[in-house]
Design a binder for this molecule. Structure first.
Ligand code: ZN
Length: 308
């Protein structure tokens, strides 16, 4: 079946279906290159076998996150009202056609299979987790806020509480997705030096979270530049902290599938116990013992916004 140019729209791979959408936006050569990589990946990789039907959509309108000028390489529309989005990976057009600086074939950028593994982990997670939908709605609402401090003291308290909850949630969401995609791309090795390097990066990320947090607590409410910086750090550092948390859990005997079924809080509490076994200070904790402590941060917020 040929719906446009040289690229078919629907491919059957084994007993499963792969739908390519929006590829007519790409120059022919780019479209064929991307198609070959995707179809080969779907035929051979493990994760796509968990989906009966998968759609890859070259999307002209990526979500631009607060604090960044570029849309992500890819995303999944978990919150979408369209049911086909339940099995769709959206690609940023520039990532596929080479115009985005993160394009898949530029040096140092992420290859297409690794990006798909990351997004498919989110889709799998979404199937299992009821909380995900609510968290994403919360996130959508926050993204629409024009300014943190235009919302008064009570507004700011609940704003930061929500931001924190999303940070904790992203540690699970992005940690799992980065763990699976790095593992499949052979970028994680089960030895001490690999674990240690990720631990070191997660430690430094959690220290920068703390620093930005303290800075935010000290600033006046009409100064939002520190708040923006903190938002960026919370968003960005959840990936490496999460990767470290998931890697540590798996190394100490937790099954990846279990983590997919757990709540974010349960994951981090179990990680705290894993840190006891490894005799390290948790990088993140729900209790007050980690370098970044959810409990202490919530207490900080109450102190700042209830005492003024
Ligand atoms: Zn992600």
């Amino acid at each position: 079946m040929k719906l446009f140019g040289k690229i078919d729209k629907i491919y059957s791979v084994g007993l499963r279906f792969v739908v390519l959408d929006g590829f007519d936006r790409l120059p022919d050569k780019r479209a064929i290159l991307a198609r070959d990589i995707i179809i080969d990946y779907c035929a051979n990789a493990t994760l796509p076998k968990k989906f009966f039907r998968l759609r890859f959509f070259v999307d002209p309108g990526g979500p631009i996150a607060i604090g960044s000028e570029l849309p992500p390489c890819a995303w999944v529309g978990i919150n979408s009202v369209y049911s086909e989005d339940k099995w769709t990976v959206h690609f940023d057009t520039g990532y596929i056609d080479g115009t985005n600086e993160n394009a898949h074939d530029k040096p140092g950028s992420l290859p297409i299979p690794q990006v798909i593994d990351h997004e498919l982990t989110h889709l799998l997670h979404e199937r299992k987790s009821k909380k995900l939908k609510n968290m994403n709605k919360k996130l959508d609402r926050l993204e629409k806020h024009p300014s943190t401090y235009a919302i008064g003291k009570r507004g700011a308290l609940s704003y930061w509480r929500n931001r924190l909850a999303i940070f904790i949630y992203n540690i699970q969401l992005e940690g799992l997705a980065d763990y699976i995609s790095n593992l499949n791309a052979d970028k994680l090795i089960f030895d001490y030096s690999c674990w240690k390097e990720i631990h070191r990066r997660a430690e430094s990320a959690s220290k920068s979270v703390n620093k930005a947090w303290q800075y935010m607590l000290r600033t006046a409410e009409d100064d939002s530049s520190e708040a923006r910086e903190l938002e960026d750090i919370l968003k960005h550092d959840a990936y490496i902290i999460g990767l470290h948390v998931v890697f540590t859990l798996v190394l100490t005997g937790t099954d990846e599938e279990d983590i997919l079924n757990w709540s974010d809080l349960k994951m981090i509490k179990t990680y705290e116990k894993a840190c006891d076994k490894m005799k390290i200070i948790p990088v993140i904790s729900i209790s007050s013992r980690g370098i970044v402590s959810y409990k202490n941060m919530v207490a900080d917020l109450k102190k700042k916004y209830n005492s003024q």
